[in-house]
Design a protein around this ligand. Structure first.
Ligand code: CP3
Length: 340
């Protein structure tokens, strides 16, 4: 195992740290926008292996990151479970909301493999073409996927999902379990196709109080980790419990991940005291410091490098790249990390 990113996920400190960026494939790149315009529809882009594989590799061709993240999207597992999915222009995912037991009864695991199989083909193509970089597959964590499935669209509060968890915990637990099982099919297929690392995005985890965080974030994530370790012991796992705050340490101990991604709000030096030294930390530059560039970028990156030097660390942003990011600032960041 010589790839830098895998060494770090194996608990080694590597200097300078490996680097990749959340949402590194996407709208800030003109070459992405060109393929996006050609395909017309975002979902079609995600489910057309030749296009998705090309987009996955675009940022590496330009900037030489240490890892490529599969180009796909978070609610593809919901589509696999039988929930219709479409993208409203500039709005993100839109799904018919799951609110009752009858809604949930319409979903099943039977067709997951068939529906997500184009994504597996994308992984196979990227794996054949990726060279020395590491290939990261991903899905949404059960809680965040459930947020979209119950709400039916993006939201600041996801009140319908969180209220279902309080008012009808058995129903919400059934949905979470279905997403755990759907994710296992989806993620095992990605690992079989050549993904070396799997990342679980829990973008909305930080809305939950501690008890609910344990039940709906840590426990289902741990069940996925345990099952993956049995079937695919070589695959490394990264979890992103965004805005976990005081729950970060408990997540690191309980979720069974090899690496934990930290969001922009987290002080990396404090995160390093909350997360055991054998578990890698990934993060956590403010995406807007990357938009600003110059001193903001240098200082922001420098503080993170200093705080996490000597422990396993994967340099990354604290959330996804935003579309207005100048591509040359990404190049400048790459140089800065490589010269650290
Ligand atoms: O480089 C990469 O990371 C590409 C693969 C990727 C996408 N989405 C592509 C995408 C990944 C890993 C994601 C994760 C994702 N998707 C998350 C978790 C991370 C996070 O940002 O919190 C979430 C919550 C989603 C759901 C989603 N998809 C939203 C809310 C939106 C709309 C907002 C936006 O950024 O446009 C999407 C659409 C989406 N996913 C786009 C891309 C490139 C833009 C679609 C377009 O081209 O119009």
């Amino acid at each position: 195992m010589t790839k830098k990113l895998l060494l770090v996920l194996n608990g080694e400190a590597v200097w300078p740290p490996p680097v990749w960026l959340m949402r590194q494939a996407g709208r800030y790149l003109p070459e992405y926008r060109a393929l996006r315009a050609e395909a017309g529809d975002f979902l079609k882009l995600c489910l057309t292996p030749a296009l998705a594989a090309e987009i996955t590799l675009q940022p590496l061709r330009r900037f030489g990151m240490d890892a490529a993240i599969l180009f796909s999207d978070l609610p593809i597992v919901s589509l696999g479970l039988g929930q219709a999915l479409r993208y409203a222009e500039g709005e993100g995912p839109v799904l018919p909301p799951i609110r009752t037991a009858a809604d949930l009864d319409m979903l099943s695991l039977d067709r997951v493999a068939e529906i997500v199989s184009p994504v597996w083909e994308t992984v196979r193509r990227v794996a054949a073409d990726i060279g020395d970089a590491t290939l990261i597959g991903f899905s949404g964590s059960p809680f965040t996927v459930a947020c979209y499935m119950v709400e039916g669209h993006g939201s600041r509060e996801f009140a319908a999902a969180r209220l279902m968890a309080y008012r009808e915990p058995e129903l919400f637990a059934r949905l979470i379990e279905l997403i755990v099982q759907g994710n296992l099919i989806y993620l095992r297929g990605q690992a079989d196709a050549g993904a070396e690392v799997l990342m679980l995005f829990d973008s909305w985890a930080g809305m939950l109080p501690p008890g609910e965080f344990r039940r709906w974030v840590i426990e289902p994530t741990a069940r996925i980790a345990q099952a993956l370790r049995q079937s695919h012991p070589q695959v490394k796992l990264i979890g992103f419990p965004r805005l976990a705050g005081s729950m970060l340490g408990e997540y690191a101990l309980g979720a069974g991940m090899d690496g934990v991604a930290i969001d922009t709000s987290m002080n990396p030096a404090i995160a390093a005291t909350m997360v055991p030294p054998g578990i890698a930390l990934q993060g956590n530059l403010d995406p807007l410091a990357l938009v600003a560039g110059g001193v903001a970028l240098q200082e922001g990156a420098g503080k993170i490098l200093d705080a996490l030097r000597g422990r396993p660390h994967i340099f990354n942003l604290g959330h996804g790249i935003v579309p207005q990011t100048p591509p040359e600032h990404v190049g400048a960041l790459m140089e800065l990390i490589r010269a650290a």
